[in-house]
Write a protein of this length. Structure first.
Length: 126
């Protein structure tokens, strides 16, 4: 998981200590150390405070460096996509990995429903 590495990066770029970040979010330095190095995720209420404490959006902590480069570059650099497709990709990239998988399942389910409807009401009548 990228969370620990990204948290360390944010702390380093801010020029603060783990203890200072802990003070900013209401946690002990020991907890921050666990988040940075032991693959432990903070509680939801702590996660919600990270953007104001670090100046980074929450999704940034879960991105890879490649994801970040794509976002910096922007989807406008992919001319073969429509504006709606670019917007959809941007929103998708902002989701956490589990949420991405859930959204894909939802889309697939909707497509399957539409196919079944078309087969029953349109294709079956041709």
């Amino acid at each position: 998981m990228n969370f620990g590495k990204r948290l360390q990066q944010a702390i380093s770029e801010l020029g603060i200590s783990q203890a200072e970040l802990g003070r900013r979010v209401g946690a002990k330095a020991q907890s921050v150390n666990g988040w940075c190095s032991a693959g432990i995720l903070p509680r939801a209420e702590i996660l919600e405070q990270l953007p104001s404490a670090t100046g980074r959006p929450l999704y940034w902590f879960f991105m890879t460096e490649e994801d970040e480069q794509v976002l910096k570059k922007g989807y406008s650099s992919i001319p073969e996509l429509t504006e709606d497709q670019k917007r959809l990709l941007m929103l998708y990239d902002m989701l956490l990995p589990n949420d991405r998988e859930n959204m894909l399942r939802i889309y697939q389910s909707r497509i399957d429903e539409m196919k079944a409807w078309a087969e029953k009401h349109v294709i079956g009548k041709i």
